[in-house]
Design a protein around this ligand. Sequence first.
Ligand code: SAM
Length: 267
Amino acid sequence: MKEVINAHGLRAKRSLGQNFLLDPSILSHIVKAAGSLESRTVIEVGPGPGGLTRHILDHPIDHLYVIEMDSRCIEIMEELREHYPKQLSIIAGDALKVDCLQLGKPPRKVISNLPYNVSVPLLFQWLEHIKDFESLTLLFQKEVAKRITAQPRTSDYGKLSIMTQWCCDVSMVFDIPPGAFLPAPKVTSTLVNIRPKSSPLNVDPKALQAVTQAGFNQRRKMLRASLKSVVSDPLSLLEKARIDPTRRAEELSVEEFCDMANAFSTF
Ligand code: SAM
């Protein structure tokens, strides 16, 4: 990988969130965490110099789509495609603008060392269509991974936990220290596995988003006060949802947030 990076003069650009992974053992563990790739459509955002890409291509996948914004990395991918003409497709552009549901056929798995600056918007985008994915195996900054997987009554619990966990089972797989990346970022990274639940909770995600946002915008306040930003009469809403109005957002389970969102939808 170092040879590839040197041959292409690929100096990492901070503006593109470039922190490359070169250690074959770490790369292989990331791909393993995604489970079987046999006959799967795999999507990788930001292949960079292609460390993870090469490990994915070692598996009996159906097809790999890589989405990349940096023209220097696209050149590297074009060289790689010469060895995998049937398995590898390159999409040049911003992953936020790519409709992943147009890529290959299900079951789709996403595996990515995400550019940290767009990691959460990308996650939200995929969650909107989570039924069309089999799994998302994603490397985040540890602080974001903790928020995705957080449980009630912890400081990390919030909108990201609830918007992910109502429809997905989530787990942190392992940490990767800054020194494993080139260049080393300031913080530890954590691999997270996200799999759609076979029976997601019954809720309108837009309503869930609205009550979660309101509840956590003022997380220390009681719900009877914090929900005033979305409803004029929070007490009636909470009575309908059978939730004690003196409780605070961070004390509610994901199920209770769904009860509140369902009451909000018909309010
Ligand atoms: N996968 C490589 C690895 O593990 O070494 C590189 C990962 S690096 C953290 C993130 C990659 O995402 C970079 O190659 C960067 O150019 C690319 N990138 C940044 N923003 C992007 C975007 N909006 N859409 C697609 N790719 C992006």
